[in-house]
Design a binder for this molecule. Structure first.
Ligand code: S3P
Length: 431
């Protein structure tokens, strides 16, 4: 599906971004792992998070939807997942988290597969620590989907993450709930911490000591009810549009303000953007059971270049394509380093962003672990392919609003994966 995004007049208005995708995946999984029913509000209705609901249904959960985004999940509980064939669709987070629950089931076999993009994404990063814990996992070429998980008895391990990854950390901690003895994950730099917060809320024994997070075996989880605030990664596209299109002023309500998810806003502020809101201050070394919520007030303004280094990367990982776009409009050279993980996302997001934005007139080059972009007065426009990647499709749309001649996005339907109402939301801000 091709869509043209014309240069836009000021964006104005108030809205809520769709439910947080990372939290929605976890709500489905932890809901299914709980003994008592879990009521969820604000659940993201998008392709990726529907895959998670279907996966937990396949494993024996009952999911009732009483209103859009309002669900009751009645799980099979921590130890009673039914054997199933699981189709994760395009959802990398589901693919990397669910083995953590399944590997420690006493018995049963689960196959996990997904779309063409998923089949290119490695699972060895979760299979390796799970195997160390005693799991039986057979993957294609040892490291790619489809793969099979055979339920086994697990034992706790101490695992140092080779790269900072919220997905891998979550998978190992989930397996730790079913393992004998303590399981400790050591992270090189902080990454998103939703799993730790949810486990603390669910009554699990979880502690954090500096960069070491430890869980122990659990009889049951008790999540109760959960509200999922708006997704800062989806809101980031609207925020970037409001920063770039002259005269804009928008307000985003009910947004997740968790400090491990708002790195992009801190980077944008450093570049000179005016973003006012009650973001959670960095709290490394703590486990806070709640997800904080904020209202953000964003206005357009001139930008200066910045440098983003490895320790900041996990806190803005999905928004780095937007840092490249802001860099096109900033004075000076914006450099992102330590972001080689971008090459393993839905597409190789270093190559795709660099090629895509260059095709629209950007002065940008790829490096092995990131990119460098020199502000050259903004983008001309043209055509950008989404390559089936939701975040590239939305990047192209925002580039179009801020461009001189407009941008055609080839493959706009990819936005369905995380933000199905993206175009509608944009148009309410433009009209
Ligand atoms: C996610 C973690 C990140 C992120 C992904 C969602 C999560 O991946 O890019 O979109 O919900 O845990 P990595 O853990 O691979 O960095």
């Amino acid at each position: 599906m091709r869509r043209y995004f014309a240069p836009s007049g000021p964006l104005r208005g108030t809205l809520r971004a769709p439910g947080d995708k990372s939290l929605s995946h976890r709500a489905a999984l932890f809901g299914a792992m709980s003994d008592d029913p879990v009521r969820v509000t604000g659940y993201l209705d998008a392709a990726d998070t529907r895959s998670s609901l279907n996966a937990v249904r396949a494993c024996g959960a009952l999911v009732e939807e009483s209103a859009p985004g309002t669900l009751t999940i009645r799980g099979p509980g921590l130890r009673n997942a039914l054997p199933a064939d699981i189709d994760v669709g395009n959802a990398g987070t589901l693919m990397r988290l669910i083995p953590g629950w399944l590997a420690g089931q006493g018995a049963g076999v689960w196959t996990v597969d997904g779309d063409d993009s998923i089949r290119r994404r490695p699972v060895d990063r979760v299979a390796n620590p799970l195997r160390e814990m005693g799991a039986h996992i057979d993957a294609r070429d040892e490291r790619l989907p489809p793969f099979t998980v055979h339920g086994a008895s697990l034992h706790g391990i101490e695992y140092t993450l080779p790269v900072a990854s919220g997905q891998v950390k979550s998978c190992v901690l989930m397996a730790g709930l079913l393992a004998e003895g303590p399981t400790t994950v050591i992270e090189p730099v902080p990454s998103r911490d939703h799993t730790e917060r949810l486990l603390a809320r669910s009554g699990a024994r979880i502690t954090r000591d500096g960069d070491r997070i430890t869980v122990t075996s659990q009889d049951e989880l008790e999540l109760g009810s959960l509200h999922i605030p708006g997704d800062p990664s989806s809101a980031a596209f609207l925020i970037a549009a409001a920063i770039l299109v002259r005269g804009s002023r928008i307000v985003i309500g009910d947004m997740n303000a968790n400090w491990t998810r708002t790195g992009f806003i801190r980077i944008a502020e450093r570049m000179g953007a005016v973003v006012i809101g009650d973001l959670e201050p960095p709290r490394p070394g703590e486990i806070v059971p709640e997800e904080p919520v904020c209202e953000l007030d964003v206005a357009s303004g001139p930008l200066v270049a910045t440098e983003v280094n490895a320790d900041e990367v996990p806190l803005a990982i999905d928004e780095l394509p937007l840092v490249a776009l802001l860099g096109c409009y900033a004075e000076g050279e914006t450099v992102v380093r330590g972001a080689e993980e971008l090459r393993l996302k839905e597409t190789d997001r270093i190559a795709a962003v660099v090629d895509g934005l260059r095709g629209l007139g950007a002065d940008i080059e790829a490096t092995p672990d990131g990119f460098a972009v020199r502000g050259n007065g903004g983008l001309r426009g043209g055509t950008i392919p989404s390559l089936g990647d939701h975040r590239l499709a939305m990047l192209g749309a925002v580039a179009g609003l801020a461009s001189g001649e407009g941008v055609e996005v080839d493959g706009m339907e990819a936005a369905e994966v995380s933000y199905p109402t993206f175009e509608r939301d944009l148009s309410t801000l433009i009209d």
